[in-house]
Every structure is written in C-alpha cells, then in structure tokens.
Write a protein that binds this ligand. Sequence first.
Ligand SMILES: Cc1cc2nc3c(=O)[nH]c(=O)nc-3n(C[C@H](O)[C@H](O)[C@H](O)COP(=O)(O)OP(=O)(O)OC[C@H]3O[C@@H](n4cnc5c(N)ncnc54)[C@H](O)[C@@H]3O)c2cc1C
Length: 377
Amino acid sequence: MKIPDAPMEERPHAGLLLQRVREIAAGKLAPLTEKIDREGYYPREVLQALGAAGAYRVQMAAPRGNADYAAAIQAMAEVSSVCMSTGFMMWCQNACSLYIEQSGNAALIERRLDCHINGDTLGGTGMSNPMKTFAGIETLLLQGRPVHGGYVVNGTLPWVSNIGPGHYLGAVCEIDNDPSRHVMFLLDCSAPGVTLKHCPTFSGMEGTSTLSVRATNLFVSEAEVIADPVAPYIRRIKGAFILQQTGMALGVVQGAIDSMWAVEQQLGHVNRFLDNRPDDLQCELDDLKQRILRLAATPFESDGEYFLDVLDARAHCGELSLRATQSALLHQGARGYLMNAAPQRRIREAHFVAIVTPAIKHLRKEIARLSAQELPA
Ligand SMILES: Cc1cc2nc3c(=O)[nH]c(=O)nc-3n(C[C@H](O)[C@H](O)[C@H](O)COP(=O)(O)OP(=O)(O)OC[C@H]3O[C@@H](n4cnc5c(N)ncnc54)[C@H](O)[C@@H]3O)c2cc1C
C-alpha cells in the first residue's frame, strides 16, 4: 500500500487550515462548550465559520478542494478536543459532502455541493439504519415506490443529527418492499411530507440538533438521487465514511490527556498509582493517529485488508476514547466530576464514539465476518 502521509510542510493548505480551525475552536467555540452540552445549544455560527475556513472543502477532489482526508480528520480532531458535539457535526457535514460528491449526479452536485462545502447550508446523514441493515443488524426503516420522475418515500428515521428546517440528509429507502433493491437520496428536511421531531433528552450530544425525521408520501425526484444501485456505492465510500469519524476520537482523547497533565503538578504524587497515565496514552494516541493518517491517504482503497484495517482503527478509537476519558476523570478527581468540568463531559462524549454507528459491537461483528473471509479456514 502506498504510504503518502506527506508531512505538513508538503501540505501548506493543511497547515493553514489547522491554524484557522484552532483559532475558531479557541475563540468562538470554547466559550460555548458548556451551553452546547448543558442547554443543547446548536452552534450554527461555529459550523459556518469552520466552513468558511475550508474545513469541509479540504477533502473534496480538485478543483474544489485538496482531496486531503487527513487534513479533514485533523481539523475535526482540533474541534473535538474542545467540543466533541461540534466535531461530530463536522463529520455529519463531511459525510454528506462525500455522498453528494461521489453521487456523480450532475444536477445534485450543481445544486448542493458548493454551498454545502462552504458551510452556507448544512446537512447530515441518516445512514446508521442502512449501515446496520447491510450488516444484518436491523431492517430498513424507509420504504420507496417508483413513480414518474422519482420515488415516493414513507417511514421514520429515529435519530439524525445536524438537521433542521432548510437542512438535508443522505438516506436510503427499500424499493417495493424488496430487501435487495435500494435507492440512496438526499432528503430535504423542508420538503412537503417531511416532519421533524425532537428526540427524548440524551445524556450527551444535546447540542447536535438530533431529530427524528418522518417521511409521509415524500416525493424524491431523480435529481436528488445519490446512488442506484446502492451496494457498490456503499462499498466504495464506506472506508472514507468510517475513517472520517476517527477525528472525533483523536480530539476527545487528546483533550482527556491534556486534562491529566493539568493536575499533574498538584496530584502527580498520587496519580502515578493510576493506570492509563498521560504519557502512555499519548504514545498510544500518536501511534493510532499516524496509522489513521496513513489510511486516510487512500480513502477509496477497495482492498479487503485495507478495509479491515480501517474497521480495526475505528474500533481502537472507540476503546481508547472510553479508557482515556475515564482515566482523565480519575486523574482529576472531584474537580473533574463537577457538572461544568470537561472530564465528565468527555466521558459522555466518548460513550457516543463507542455507540454511534458503527458502534464497537457492530465493528467487531464486521471484523469477525471479514476476517473469516480473508483468512483461509
Ligand atoms: C445523540 C445521537 C445522535 C445520532 N445521530 C445520528 C445521525 O446523525 N445519523 C444516524 O443515522 N444515526 C444517528 N444516531 C444513531 C446511532 O448512530 C446509532 O444507530 C444508535 O446509537 C444505536 O446504535 P446501536 O448499534 O447501539 O443499536 P442499538 O441501540 O443496539 O439498537 C438496536 C435497535 O433498537 C432500537 N432502539 C434503541 N433504542 C431505542 C429506543 N429508545 N426506542 C426505540 N427503539 C430503540 C434501534 O432503533 C435499533 O433498531 C444517533 C444516536 C444518538 C444517540
């Protein structure tokens, strides 16, 4: 496999982007973190500033962007170390741009892509249900019927983030109740027939504008189709889709490590009896990050071993997030347990890394299945 993780000096666009993203994270985002977590504030202005800074554009192929998935992941990590809810919404936005760009649908690209990657319009992804369906974990929740010029879609997706009136999301419906026929499309939240509802309160990620989406006789035109058939399209994009999520974990783990060092001078004499000390975690994180950035250099690689490596790196992200954030709370003690303290918030954020699709259990199921295929019996 090619290993082109070019150092930052050979990727000046990435250095510049990360500098701008750090400024936004420290300036606009940091003062809002508690409001996002505790009051469910949706940081639209931050998401749009990140778009203006180029955080969604950088992964796009030239001439729109630099085809630099590693930079997109690093930008997400910078934001997630301050507020992982916002980092997750960057992923939602990036996943949606991946869907549109890779659709090859000129009408859809023309209408949506540039305003989306600038952050002028915002969108999400309702792909947990299809991903779990294709892994044999659940059944498809949206049903479609072909009609002249498109499809009529019915059904409900229970949880979709980074959406609201005027937003949109990538979704998949089953056609004519045939589990082998699917169409992927961009669902416009403001289209007639779409109802958005608030979800019950979550223990974290409340500022992510996570809503249920109900489609009642929603007409989806051919101009909004992302993929038909869906299976080869998903096979092509799923490495990129999953790899991008690792930015959340890289950030939340770095934030946890930093909060351990913050109390080292005062509490190091007793914290040294704890497991998962910050220097050990930093080594593990740095190795994982290098591995992810290498994988991100070829996000559309179709080789089975490559995809297994992506799944394994993503599972490591979930596991390390849980371990590092728990250790950060043990290191900080009561100050980290205060309701406005970052360590307790990060524990809830880390649990989201572990349960958002593909959850750790889903990843392990896929790894077991693919390993059985890859290895001779
Ligand atoms: C804050 C938040 C944001 C999310 N954002 C998105 C998003 O943007 N896009 C997206 O596609 N998915 C989103 N999800 C869904 C997420 O990716 C997972 O699919 C979800 O967390 C469940 O995954 P799981 O593998 O643990 O399934 P499990 O929890 O094991 O679920 C298995 C089955 O039980 C059902 N189920 C679980 N809990 C309930 C409940 N309370 N009521 C009724 N049925 C239930 C599920 O629908 C599923 O069919 C979000 C979830 C959360 C909590």
